[in-house]
Design a binder for this molecule. Sequence first.
Ligand code: NOJ
Length: 535
Amino acid sequence: MTADQLPWWQTGIIYQVYPRSFQDSNGDGIGDLKGVLQRLDYLRWLGIDAIWLSPIFPSPMADFGYDVSDYVNIHPLFGDLEDFEELLHEVHARGMKLLLDLVPNHTSSLHPWFVESRSSKNNPKRDWYIWKDAGPEGYPPNNWLSVFGGSAWEWDEQTQQYYYHAFLKEQPDLNWRNPEVQEAMFDVMRFWLNKGVDGFRVDVLWFIFKDEQLRDNPPNPDYTQHMPAYDQLLPVYSTDRPEVQGITRRMRGVLEEYTGDRVLIAEVYLPIRELMMYYGVDNKGAHLPFNFLLLSLPWDALQIAAAIDHYEGALPLQSWPNWVLSNHDRPRIASRAGAEQAGVAAMLLLTLRGTPTVYYGDEIGMRDVAIPFEEIQDPQGLNMPDKNMSRDPARTPMQWDDGPNAGFTGGRPWLRVDGDYPRRNVQLQKKYPWSMLNLYRRLIALRRQEPALHRGHYKTVYADTQLLAYTRHSEGSDVFLVVLNLTHRPAYFKPQDFTFGGTVEIAVSREREGNKVSGIISLNGDEGLLVRLDK
Ligand code: NOJ
């Protein structure tokens, strides 16, 4: 494959839509597919290439759609299959791609498969889930914990066995050792691929296989009280089992039954070495195992510089990197690194080598919103009230304009809108050249235009306790230098063994654009510069 033929998921940018919070079209306070449709021109204007929709399938919403009760339909809150087909058509008509969220590890406890499975011990679907007799004195079969708190085993009175759930008890884990389960989920993929979707983000892929003997997990020697209870044990027997690689490869195989560049993205929170396994032998696993370094590491230039090189250095030959700054499970970048750093973070995300994923709202600098206790919706927050772990703050409605509810809904929003919306919204930021939105848009446009940025090599040139600097270059095109100040204090970029001269093409503070730089660059706090180097 020549450089010109790189697939869209390498050169493009992915945008995550959390459908409940993006745009409501019918006044029920919950975002929907028609709402997404209304905003497609905005996304086109922003310049993104693909939309990933968090789950839109029928669900009792115990975990806001990550508890699917029908994999081949649309939740009435979001619309119906016709709305979906229209959306897909219109996404494609604008030259963009649409990705769905596949949730293969678990179903809803109300999915007909589980309803059957729990109905009796000899139901043909019994073995589709993980059922076990009680241990001695009625205890659960092993010590495994649920991510959302408590034991991962739920006792079923009627059939006198426990079933396993890595998340809520309303999310029983499927038994991926059963070939019927595998085929059923591959058919779910085919259902949507037949409709024309461009790929999937696979939920908790590293969870789907568990130790065949269900051995106890060992205690975590680094556990401290403020950590979630789940972290008391190291989940070595309950996650990241070797068998997952075979299934990933087969999921990839399902995609390859179809024409076009369809993409398999895997949600995997693991250290770099383990993460790399998910590319699969000969890169026949996931195209993009999500790289969550930027949302897991402290906002520290030296640590981030080291992690970028560690990641770059660990990538298997021919595999493609990717970067994520925020998502619906973690605090937004503007709250984690701070509002002043959000522009620097955007420049980092959009100039690193590899596919960036932008979380809705980050492009206008949305922050996490304080949700009063009595308004908390997220089960993770409700189950662990003393740990402040609710994910609601990062899921608040998109701020479109300064009208009621920020233009998100004509009704009562399911989650409160940030009070800052009259001064932080898309409509306003579109108008101001120095807004976060315009910074995103211009970075995206330059990235698309410049081969060095969307496909070129990466090289760290400098890092200290404040600064991170690197170049991007590609044969036959201009070289770019990126200098980022990850602190609020002024800093000097004075590399020892790197001589350069160039022109600032994009700056986090726009005033510096067009400036000539060479030798030493002094940067204000929270400044980031993208410099086109002289030839
Ligand atoms: C990961 C999803 O991103 C998260 O929102 C969900 O709660 C868990 N998987 C369980 O499906």
